[in-house]
Ligand binder design. Structure first.
Ligand code: HBZ
Length: 820
């Protein structure tokens, strides 16, 4: 028997006795075994990279086995399964998370230390799988983790981008993008299943004919791409389950016979190959607007068609019928990016499995559900009809029929109301509208915070909601707090375990057991000491990366998120300059020292966002090098924001900046991560800030700015930004145009004051400025009273349990997916 079989059998044997094979694991033995098999060495003579790979492979094999046992059990019990379709999963690193979830962290730490390896150095080798842009992609990963921890059978489907979100570097104050070759090391987590590759058809035309009195339709003259699945196993905290994230990679169908090609054809064949493979080459880095690019449509169809084919195949193998699909399968559409699920499921049922339209439509609607993540009209996906028809002719003809029937129905519901009917149509004005496609079909549609769902119900989706209000519901976002608190802040976690017991590791609501300590001076001091340690850790990172020394006793005020005008990083940096002027005017005044920390990627073509990054970097240069202010004010822009960097920044935050213009941030999830780590929010009543406020009350949050309805009212009345400019604010704007920042930011100022680029100050930065400055003064005043601030921090931690992704996933399971 060879070594490989030997080790496999060992794991299998363990698994038969116990669904949690890891309980009987001997870390050193397991690592040595894997090292021998893969590298022909043992711990004693292995390199750090070999140990990394061997550790990952060992963990992956444990999870593979867990997944097999769990899958079999689900099949036996005929459990309903959920498939989460998302163009993005922002996984981050996997190794530490898996060891933590499996309960093996401490044992492996020790075993490695005994062999002379530092597990933290090994973790540092694990690359971020950055297969997403921001909140939407990270949410998908948090939900996979939570579902697995709660033993729900959930499979994620996405694309195996060769290059994830770009690496950001700031060169001469300007963001530059560099490719992120994560597979170089990250491939260790992926297991290819070449035999399960699926054909996906692009282009060609639709042919219709009669076959023995049956009307038949097919796509002919198409070109094929093969989608090859790669499995990434997902662990859940202390759970019997392991689930899979299936990532599709595109390749040409048949590997060609090189000898048969003349030289010219050989090159052309390779070109064709490269064309096919570009489909899964790179993640689109825009999270703010649609580009309508052919390649993006192809990515979306690759994901949808390959996933649905594999779901249907598995389902038929189990049940020998498709009619019970909605009872046994829930397919979730994460934003409109996989909205092609609607026509593609129809196509598969009708063209490939002989269903009539009505029955196929009934199955499709009852199987699919959809989450909306934005109300920004420029982000609502629409496809040009010609492009869509050229690439997906049969899918297009199905969309036409969906649209024809929809309009027929709407004419009955809203007779002669052509404005409304046009607004609700799936195809109109030469475009296919993906949100309307989801609204027309899905049996459930949800927003991601209470306010956002209200805006969907009464705003952009009002007309659909009027007809079928029962389909619309809210599921406020949640976070995988075992990553965002337990793993990223081990000091706080260990302290909490001692103080209130470990129940919160299973149920985040148990964090409320902290509340009785809110007036306990010792506990408050301990919490501040832990915060101080985390601030020291971040300060070291800042010194290392930016060469800037920051004071861990200053207020760490943190804004970390994608760079967007609506998120108003500009408001933050204008206020920093306003503070700077105050200090300059009164250098010996009493001023609470502060460090403002930013991290943000801008999508590559978003010039205004890049200008804002430049402004932050320019302001940091001016301020950090000015001896007048030095110890009182520091500004830091950290490059290359990503999951693993967030894990270091968040535990060090005193203040969490959530300052979007009210009505625009669907939910936010960074707000929750910062809260559970004891940061106090300064924010508008937008997205889930509303619910954070509900949890902690007026006393434990710094609210400012217009409410969503006030924003609307001001637009109605007419917004004139200049009316909100005080002399102090004018002086700040003058800094941007005077050159004192080393360069001039005339465009940014123009965008606030003039109509040259469209509406002046479209995100009402100036209108909210004074109240923001007032709230920031409150922050400084409260922080002077260390105990009072510590109490606010404690209450934020204690009340954050509701924002666990366990709660969110349970709501999806109960109210949308109907899982048992
Ligand atoms: O989804 C975000 C919302 O802005 C945020 O408020 C919410 O908390 C989060 C989770 O619900 N939306 C995104 O992150 N959106 C994208 O990343 C995106 C990516 C590609 C696109 C469009 C949007 O084509």
């Amino acid at each position: 028997m060879n070594k490989k079989q030997n080790s496999k059998q060992k794991i299998q044997k363990l698994a038969e006795n116990d669904a949690r094979p890891e309980r009987a694991i001997q870390p050193t033995e397991l690592l040595n075994d894997t090292l021998r098999r893969i590298f022909g060495c043992e711990l004693a003579d292995a390199t750090q990279k070999q140990v990394y790979r061997a550790l990952c492979i060992s963990v992956r094999e444990l999870l593979t086995e867990k997944n097999r046992v769990f899958g079999n059990r689900c099949t036996e019990k005929e459990r309903k399964e959920v498939y989460y379709m998302s163009m993005e999963f922002l996984v981050g690193t996997s190794l530490r998370n898996n060891l933590f979830n499996l309960g093996l962290e401490a044992e492996f730490r020790k075993a490695l230390a005994d062999a002379g390896f530092d597990i933290d150095e090994i973790y540092a080798i694990d690359p971020d799988a950055g297969l997403g842009n921001g909140g939407l992609g990270r949410l998908a990963s948090c939900y996979m983790d939570a579902a697995t921890g709660m033993d729900y059978p959930m499979t994620g489907f996405s694309i195996r981008y060769e290059f994830g979100i770009f690496k950001q570097k700031i060169v001469d104050g300007w963001q530059m993008e560099f490719p992120d070759n994560w597979l170089e090391m990250g491939d260790v987590w992926l297991q290819a299943r070449e035999d399960d590759a699926v054909e996906v058809k692009f282009g060609g035309e639709v042919r219709e004919w009669m076959d023995n009195d049956r009307f038949k339709v097919a796509q002919v003259g198409y070109s094929s791409v093969m989608a090859v699945p790669y499995d990434m196993y997902i662990s859940g905290y202390d759970s019997d389950a392991a689930n899979r994230l299936v990532l599709w990679s595109a390749k040409l169908p048949q590997s060609f016979d090189m000898a048969a090609f003349s030289r010219g054809d050989y090159v052309r064949a390779l070109e064709r190959n490269a064309m096919a493979e570009t489909i899964s080459k790179v993640l689109y880095p825009a999270d703010d607007h649609i580009q309508g690019k052919r390649l993006r449509l192809k990515q979306q169809y690759l994901l949808v068609s390959a996933s649905l084919q594999s779901i249907l195949k598995k389902h038929y193998k189990k049940y020998r019928t498709y009619t019970n699909l909605p009872e046994k399968v829930a397919i979730h559409i994460n934003d409109t990016h996989p909205a092609l699920c609607v026509p593609e499921l129809m196509r598969l049922l009708i063209d490939e499995h002989d269903f009539g339209w009505d029955e196929a439509w009934d199955i499709t609607c009852r199987t699919l559900s959809y989450t909306n993540h934005t109300v920004m009209s420029e982000a609502l996906e629409r496809w040009n009809v010609d492009l869509f028809r050229e690439q997906l002719p049969r899918v297009y003809s199905i969309c036409q029929e969906i649209n024809r029937r929809l309009i027929e129905h709407l004419c009955a519901v809203y007779p002669n109301d052509w404005g409304k009917i046009n607004y609700m149509a799936v195809i109109a004005n030469n475009e296919v509208r993906m949100a309307n496609l989801c609204l027309a079909a899905c049996h459930k549609v949800n927003g991601v915070s209470k306010l956002h769902t209200d805006i969907l119900r009464n705003g952009i989706f009002r007309d659909y909601c009027q007809i079928t209000p029962e389909r619309f519901l809210n599921v406020t976002n949640g976070i995988a707090y075992r990553r965002w608190l337990c793993q990223s802040d081990p000091l706080l976690t260990d302290y909490l375990k001692q103080l209130i017991g470990g129940d919160f590791l299973r149920d985040a609501r148990a964090l409320e057991k902290l509340l009785p300590y809110q007036n306990d001076e010792k506990v408050l001091a301990d919490l501040m000491a832990i915060k101080r340690k985390n601030k020291e850790r971040l300060a070291a990172l800042i010194e290392n990366q930016n060469g800037v020394r920051v004071d861990p006793d200053s207020i760490f005020d943190i804004q970390i998120k994608r760079l967007h005008e609506y998120k108003r990083q500009l408001l933050n940096i204008l206020h920093v300059l306003y503070l700077y002027r105050q200090i300059k005017a009164n250098p010996h005044g009493d001023f609470m020292p502060r460090t403002f920390i930013f991290a943000a990627k801008a999508s590559a073509g978003y010039i205004r966002a890049k200008q804002i990054i430049s402004l932050i970097v320019a302001a940091s240069k001016l301020i950090n090098n000015d001896p007048d202010v030095n110890d009182k004010l520091k500004v830091v822009f950290l490059e290359d924001y990503k999951v693993s960097l967030a894990e270091i920044i968040i535990p060090a935050a005193d203040i969490s900046e959530q300052i979007s213009i009210a009505g625009k941030e669907a939910s936010g999830t960074g707000n929750m991560k910062l809260m559970i780590n004891g940061a106090v929010t300064i924010g508008t009543l937008d997205g889930a800030n509303v619910e954070i406020h509900e949890q902690v009350g007026d006393e434990n949050i710094f609210l400012f700015g217009m409410k969503a309805h006030e924003v609307e009212e001001l637009w109605q009345r007419g917004y004139h930004p200049t009316e909100f400019i005080t002399p102090e604010l004018q002086a700040v704007l003058d800094m941007l145009t005077s050159g004192v920042l080393g360069q001039r930011f005339d465009d940014l100022v123009d965008s606030l004051l003039t109509n040259r680029f469209g509406t002046a100050d479209p995100y009402m930065t100036l209108a909210d400025f004074q109240d923001y400055a007032r709230a920031q003064r409150d922050v400084a005043a409260v922080y002077q009273d260390k105990q009072r601030f510590a109490r606010m921090s404690l209450i934020n931690i204690a009340k954050a349990g509701i924002f666990s992704s366990d709660r969110a996933v349970k709501e999806y399971a109960d109210e949308i997916w109907n899982l048992d």
